[in-house]
Design a protein around this ligand. Structure first.
Ligand code: GLU
Length: 485
């Protein structure tokens, strides 16, 4: 037996008429997880037959978004614009077997009829008038140069049904479907034709896509049947809603995946967040305390993924949850793996650290615990990476507003200049003794020093920070405290 007969093949088929949005990315992720879980193939196909609205720039954006999420593909990207011959050929097969016909109605005629239907509140559906044109007559008219579209001849009776892997049995009355266009009069296929021709040609076994495509599925199934092909498994994934329970859109904030990258979200966090947006591993994730686990490595996601876990109801995009995932993942990163992501932020901010790689790698663990996003590493954390950093004006006012504190810090800096050895314990002892000697609270000096050293009112333990910055920087920054106005 041919083992390939049982190999699953799934695809992601974006139209490059927009960027990779959250819903598309989730469909891609589910498809990819399913392919990887089943040891099958994941195919990338760019559905770019809408020549006016598709662009290379969007394709690049989609590929970049997938790569950022760590989604790789085994075949493709295939471009539908380069496969037009297959669609014409498929349309011809359907014509020859009597499942399709040429339609000579012009755009103007169709528009007029649609408007009339709208007036009488009828469903604007193609009335099938060109069905009755005998094939020989159609051939003659085409030979005379008349232009025609190719329409699928939908049976007037009966139902088209399928078992959706998520929604169960779905049935559609054929009478409700119109004779839809397969090939436009300019020879360009519609989505309905190209998707079926390609899914067959590429031997797809499973089709995962957004639930907004459910109503398209009977039109595709009718073509499978007309072509004598067996059906793939369809799994429609419920929609993603905004917090107000309407379909996720720009009104709710960013919908482009790469916009989240630009916001300083780490890819693993976004992937984990997306994976559980409308999918759950069920019992497998139940912890002894009864709560569900939420953090899953990619390997675990692959291991646990199944179509059964896809939710039947719409998912709600929760920004706080995403922020939580982001902090959890940033915290868990190995500093050496986090550094390239931080460096990308620096490039964006046109910032160049002046400290060595070793020093930077030593500083990262102190900051990971406090980071809300990668952005922090290119803003509030800059004091750890070089000598150019901004002071938070509110922190300066609160902790360095007192000129006496500022000059005490300068003096403390001088003591540190000769302190031997320069350790966490010795720096702390020196500060406390100095405070006692001057009759001030150690806390006032600690708070002031924190701002002078890091520019921020909150930071990791001050003496750890001192060690991380090194004696020279500590002395220099404390001595400069006097000049802070
Ligand atoms: N190009 C379609 C879309 O982006 C693909 C739908 C499908 O997966 O069949 O919505």
């Amino acid at each position: 037996m041919n083992p390939d007969l049982h190999r699953t093949r799934v695809r992601f088929a974006p139209s490059p008429t927009g960027y990779l949005h959250v819903g598309g990315a989730r469909t891609a992720l589910f498809s990819w997880l399913f392919a990887r879980h089943t040891g099958g193939d994941f195919i990338l196909r760019i559905e770019d037959t809408d020549f006016e609205r598709s662009s290379d720039e969007m394709v690049t954006g989609i590929l970049d978004g997938l790569r950022w999420l760590g989604i790789d593909w085994d075949e493709g990207p295939f471009y539908q614009s380069q496969r037009l011959g297959l669609y014409t050929q498929t349309a011809r097969k359907l014509l020859e077997s009597g499942h399709a016909y040429h339609c000579f109605c012009t755009k103007e005629e169709l528009e007029l009829r649609r408007a009339t239907a709208a007036e009488s509140r009828a469903v604007p559906r193609y009335d099938g008038r060109c069905r009755s044109i005998p094939a020989a007559e159609a051939t003659q008219r085409l030979a005379r140069g008349e232009r025609a579209a190719v329409r699928f001849m939908v049976p007037r009776e009966g139902v088209t049904a399928f078992d959706d892997a998520v929604f169960g049995r779905l049935e559609f009355a054929n009478a409700e479907l119109e004779d839809f266009v397969l090939l436009r009069s300019d020879g360009i296929p519609t989505y309905h034709l190209s998707v079926v021709a390609d899914d067959l040609d590429m031997r797809m076994t499973h089709i995962l896509r957004g639930a907004d495509h459910i109503s398209n599925t009977p039109k595709q199934i009718l073509q499978y049947q007309a072509l004598g092909a067996s059906l793939p498994v369809f799994a429609h994934v419920p929609l993603i809603l905004g917090p107000d329970k309407t379909r996720l859109s720009k009104r709710h904030g960013a919908t482009s995946v790469l916009a989240y990258k630009d916001m300083g979200i780490v890819p693993e966090a976004f992937r984990n967040f997306l994976a559980v947006l409308g999918w759950s591993p069920g019992e497998a994730a139940r912890q002894p305390d009864g709560r569900d686990r939420e953090l899953f490595s990619t390997e675990e996601l692959i291991e646990m993924f199944s179509l059964n876990g896809i939710a039947h109801s719409n998912a709600v995009f929760n920004n706080d949850k995403l922020a939580w995932y982001n902090t959890e993942y940033i915290r868990a990163y190995d500093p050496a793996r986090l550094l390239p992501l931080i460096e990308e932020e620096w490039r964006h901010a046109q910032y160049q650290p002046t400290r060595s790689r070793e020093e930077i790698l030593a500083a990262i663990p102190l900051l990971q615990q406090r980071a809300r996003s990668l952005k922090d590493f290119a803003s509030t954390f800059l004091a750890y990476f070089g000598d150019e950093f901004a002071m938070d004006p509110a922190a300066v006012e609160k902790f360095l507003g007192d000129a006496a504190v500022r000059s005490l810090l300068t003096e403390l800096g001088q003591r540190y200049a000769t302190l031997e050895p320069f350790t966490e314990a010795s720096t702390e002892q020196t500060l406390r003794e100095f405070a006692a000697e001057k009759g001030v609270k150690a806390g006032a000096l600690i708070n002031g020093a924190r701002v002078a050293l890091t520019g921020q009112g909150v930071a990791p333990s001050l003496f750890t920070v001192m060690l991380c910055l090194g004696r020279e920087r500590v002395v220099q920054r404390l001595q400069a405290a006097k000049q802070i106005a």
